[in-house]
Design a protein around this ligand. Sequence first.
Ligand SMILES: Nc1ncnc2c1ncn2[C@@H]1O[C@H](COP(=O)(O)OP(=O)(O)OP(=O)(O)O)[C@@H](O)[C@H]1O
Ligand SMILES: [Mg+2]
Length: 501
Amino acid sequence: MTALIQLQDITKSFAGIHALTNVDFDLQAGEVHALCGENGAGKSTLMRVLGGEMRPETGRTMMLGEELRLHGPTDAIRRGISVIHQEMALAPDLTVAENIFLGALPAGISWPKLRERARALIARLGFDIAPGDQVSDLSVAHQQVVEIAKALSRQARVIVFDEPTAVLSTGDARRLLQIIRDLKAEGVGIVYISHRLDEIYEIADRITVMKDGRRVDTVTPASTPVDQLIRMMVGRPLAQLFGDKPETRIGDEVLRLNGLTLPNGVRDVSFAIRSGEVVGLGGLVGSGRTEVARAIFGADPVSSGEMVLKGAPYRPRNPRQAVRRGVGLVPEDRKGQGIVLDMEIRKNATMANAAPVTIAGFFRPGAERGLVQRLIQSLRIKLGSMNDPVSSLSGGNQQKVVLAKWFNVDPGLIILDEPTRGVDVGAKTEIYTLIHRLAAEGKAVIVISSEHAELFGLCDRVLVMGEGELRGELLPPDYEEEKLLTLSMTRRQPRAAGGQA
Ligand SMILES: Nc1ncnc2c1ncn2[C@@H]1O[C@H](COP(=O)(O)OP(=O)(O)OP(=O)(O)O)[C@@H](O)[C@H]1O
Ligand SMILES: [Mg+2]
């Protein structure tokens, strides 16, 4: 059978880094072919070649046995190849509908009609997003949905999903997997890139593993146990994903919230966290977790209720004040808030003024360099030089830089919003170890994650939110996904069980 797509002998390098070396890859119609490998392995670069965005030094792309000579992404789209990027590629100032049809405007159609079509495409994905909304006002999850709608609008024969579920909640991710199954049934060829191995096993017909810019092997899920796959990716067997939490002394109370209420719909949230604790915030996307985190960090205003930090009243008016009091936040939207893309890696990692925070005075620049070096090593950040811009890093490696920055400061309370999004399995383990180490050093850690396994593997207890309320708490004996979801969706009785505070 002639393959729908064949990439043959692809080689590509950037200023001395061999991103791809003689890679072969093929895709059949109606197949889901997963691509996995560590951060920086070359997955996105290979797909940029397929999408006509990058010209390789060697090799060629075949479609149904004929060579494709792509002159840029628009050309690829015309041939039916759509790449949904890991890093959002939407125009932030345009509306949802404008983004969906950008560059592929059907001729002679009115804007109201286009908006209607956009709405229908989004509804097909099971979401309700207003076509007239500006993209920059959407959550990252919704931006991702718009990207997918855009690919659907183009009737693509080949769709590449580059880590689509990294920003989606569990429910949304499930919906996306179903959409992929439907597309597959229609004969679309799908390349699926993800660090969530459970998804890959669920959906892939074949898996190609890449490492250091080379293809290691192409296997089927049925014939390859997951530990073997990990070994192929990481090049070493991986012990336990979550490791053991070191002996930690739970100390004094660090933060207490009493009836925290925010203008954005979060109501009456009360809980306390002690030094040495790792506390999870679980619940569906939109349940208010990020909002609570931002309020604690002084990034959003509080309408009523109080916060007490280490025994003293605490009401930061901006992140700078929060940082001064020893509170840190690794935000969910790192591209917007955590990182400066065209600044050097070294500066980003040690940075004193990452928007929106200024942490001047908090750093001792001399001592940092060695520290950053160690963090780069322990997080296995793959880079050419510390002086390269962050934008030259692969998606997952950018993520690690943001984390490095925060592991580098010394807060008493650190909030991590989706800390392992887009990070490979090996580095995940490292991040878990670092989080445990923070707790062992006596810090209080709050982790927000949409990966329930991650919350359960990492946290001493999990506070569950739903629709802006704190709906209860799970302790390890009750660590089950279903319990968490049920709790998150069960409305609280007025004035009953409002957390222990
Ligand atoms: N524009 C660029 N300039 C310089 N180096 C680049 C550029 N794009 C990619 N690279 C390098 O090429 C290598 C492969 O990157 P790529 O983005 O393909 O990795 P990936 O497998 O997609 O990783 P991740 O899982 O983190 O997304 C990395 O070392 C990366 O730093
Ligand atoms: Mg990538």
